[in-house]
Design a protein around this ligand. Structure first.
Ligand SMILES: [Zn+2]
Length: 345
């Protein structure tokens, strides 16, 4: 936009530049420079006044138009519903139908998670949700991973630029639940918690590996707790989940946060140890990592290790559900494929 009068043009440049830094754009209409231009009008020679006045009014109109456009766009932004599961600007007939019980169902991982939590709930475990972003202390230090220890390499996950961690296991909750429930022990009550949530690994994705998956873990701490309590608890859970009697087998393993540590296998619920494709013809399925909680971990959680011992163990929910329903590819879970999901509705 050009102005016949150079002084109006100079003020216009100045004010337009200032506009960008103003939160309240309307302030620009009260600018002293603009007022000064108007104040000059009455004292001007009549032949200059008309074109000068026209230019100032043009400038004022331009500024007002700019402010109105900004205000309009702000209103539009306010109206966007970021929770809408569709493009809010799409025509009504193109939007998906409103979800209801008839039009949707729980994701198979969520409905199985509910069953798992329910079984542990009936065994006296309270439920806690894990986190989807955490820090190095809860991911490693509080779980007895010494700084720089190679065991950390088994938990290759994602870091934010601020140094936060996408948890590679729900064990990040151990320190928190111990601190929260340590008071129970002094009142003669055990700590019994099942904690579940989304976990992340920097994996090469294939039919058996996903970067995002779910874990279920339990902790039980009380006086005189030993390995037989651990085995009995998981046996009870697995038999309830698969609705049949099962055999349990444990063999030594290594985790920094448990001592001793075990890998637990169950007799194949599908072939009763005869051998089938689910158990790779072995009759056994290795499903669980577990062990007696390392006293170092309990000390960091504020537990009196002279008087109390405990066990912890966890399993991958995706694997549990894949086995139960004969799902051949873990990637189906995060794929959002309706053909897959409808089989569980
Ligand atoms: Zn089998």
């Amino acid at each position: 936009m050009s102005y016949k009068n150079q002084r109006v043009a100079d003020v216009a440049d100045l004010l337009k530049e200032r506009l960008s830094s103003l939160d309240d754009k309307k302030q620009i209409l009260r600018a002293v420079e603009l007022k000064a231009l108007f104040a000059e009008l009455p004292n001007m020679p009549a032949d200059e006044r008309a074109s000068f006045g026209k230019d100032i009014n043009k400038l004022k109109q331009e500024l007002e138009n700019y402010i109105n456009v900004s205000a309009d766009s702000r209103v539009l932004v306010d109206q966007i519903d970021v929770t809408a599961p569709f493009d809010i600007n799409s025509p009504v007939q193109m939007r998906p139908r409103l979800l209801s019980a008839e039009h949707g169902s729980s994701h198979p991982l969520m409905s199985e998670l509910k069953k798992v939590v329910d079984i542990f709930g009936r065994m006296g475990f309270v439920h806690m949700d894990s986190r989807q972003i955490d820090d190095e202390y809860h991911m490693f230090d509080s779980l007895n991973f010494p700084s720089g220890h190679p065991a950390r390499d088994d938990y290759d996950t994602f870091l934010t630029t601020d140094g936060f961690v996408a948890p590679a296991h729900v064990s990040v909750m151990q320190n928190r639940l111990q601190k929260k429930y340590a008071v129970n022990l002094n009142e003669g009550k055990p700590i019994a918690v099942v904690y579940t949530g989304r976990t992340f690994r920097n994996e090469d994705v294939d039919a058996r590996h996903e970067h995002t998956f779910y874990q279920v873990e339990i902790s039980y701490i009380d006086k005189d707790i030993n390995t037989s309590n651990l085995v009995a608890t998981f046996k009870t859970f697995l038999e309830e989940y698969y609705q049949q009697d099962l055999d349990i087998r444990i063999q030594p393993f290594y985790f920094p946060f448990t001592e001793p540590s075990f890998e637990m296998a169950l007799s194949c619920p599908f072939c009763k140890k005869k051998g089938c494709h689910v158990c790779s013809q072995s009759g056994w399925i290795e499903l669980l990592g577990c062990g007696m909680i390392n006293p170092n971990v309990m000390k960091m959680g504020g537990i009196d290790t002279d008087n109390f011992t405990g066990f912890a163990g966890g399993l991958g929910l995706d694997r549990l559900v894949m086995m139960k329903y004969g799902i051949e590819d873990v990637r189906h879970f995060e794929s959002g494929k309706l053909d897959f999901l409808r089989q569980f509705s």
